[in-house]
Design a protein around this ligand. Structure first.
Ligand code: TIU
Length: 221
């Protein structure tokens, strides 16, 4: 695989040690009537990254490298949802309330599922996570260890919440982390830019950033 001209400096993906983690590309964040919308956000902004994210996923599938999908969601009895998360703010619907895509952010409901255009293939790992980070209270760390993964490419939503949290968790666990800048989005464009700046600052303190084209070119090389 080729060298990627990433920010803040070049990075090389190592064959058989690299996986893609697609964070929370769920209807609840991306379609009207879901969790993202209940928080008062304009969800249409997030829909724009679906084609680039699909190209990135296809690149990993072509290279025969693992694609891991995550979903932020909770058990139907909310036993894994901390009271602080349940009661915070003034959303129009709270986690567990019935909405147009089923109960908000509940595992097994239509809204918690991944958007059709990015749907996991049979055999791909899907991690349900109760937190913003994908390592907290999930088997992700054990799964990556079993696969011998050392480098993670990240896509998904939202950049400064679940993506950045997971990248920080991964960085602290020793993984080299690369963010696909046009396959991630925030409800707040300024926050996306700031998150990418924070991740890549101080000599890649959390990790690297590159475009989908740059990453796919390296995967295909
Ligand atoms: N997946 C994820 O980022 N969860 C959030 O709640 N993000 C918000 O930006 N609200």
């Amino acid at each position: 695989m080729g060298i990627i001209k990433a920010r803040p400096f070049d990075v090389t993906l190592v064959p058989d040690k690299t996986a893609l983690v697609v964070i929370d590309m769920q209807r609840d964040f991306i379609e009207p009537g879901g969790f993202g919308a209940t928080l008062g956000n304009d969800v249409t902004l997030l829909q724009a990254i679906i084609p680039a994210t699909a190209r990135l996923i296809d690149g990993f599938r072509r290279a025969g490298l693992p694609v891991i999908h995550t979903r932020e969601c909770h058990a139907p009895d909310l036993s894994d949802c901390p009271p602080a998360k349940l009661t915070r703010g003034k959303p129009s619907l709270r986690i567990g309330d019935p909405g147009p895509m089923g109960r908000i952010l509940i595992a097994g409901e239509a809204g918690a599922d991944i958007v059709a255009a990015l749907y996991p293939l049979p055999g791909e790992t899907v991690i349900d996570k109760p937190g913003k980070g994908a390592f907290y209270a999930t088997p992700l760390g054990d799964i990556l260890k079993a696969k011998g993964i050392a480098q993670l490419v990240f896509a998904g939503v939202t950049t400064e919440v679940c993506v950045q949290t997971t990248m920080r968790e991964a960085n602290d666990r020793g993984y080299e982390c690369l963010l696909a800048t046009d396959a991630t989005e925030s409800y707040f464009p300024d926050f996306k830019k700031a998150a990418i700046d924070m991740i890549t600052a101080q000599g890649a303190i959390v990790g690297w950033a590159a475009t989908v084209d740059e990453i796919v070119e390296a995967l295909d090389a």
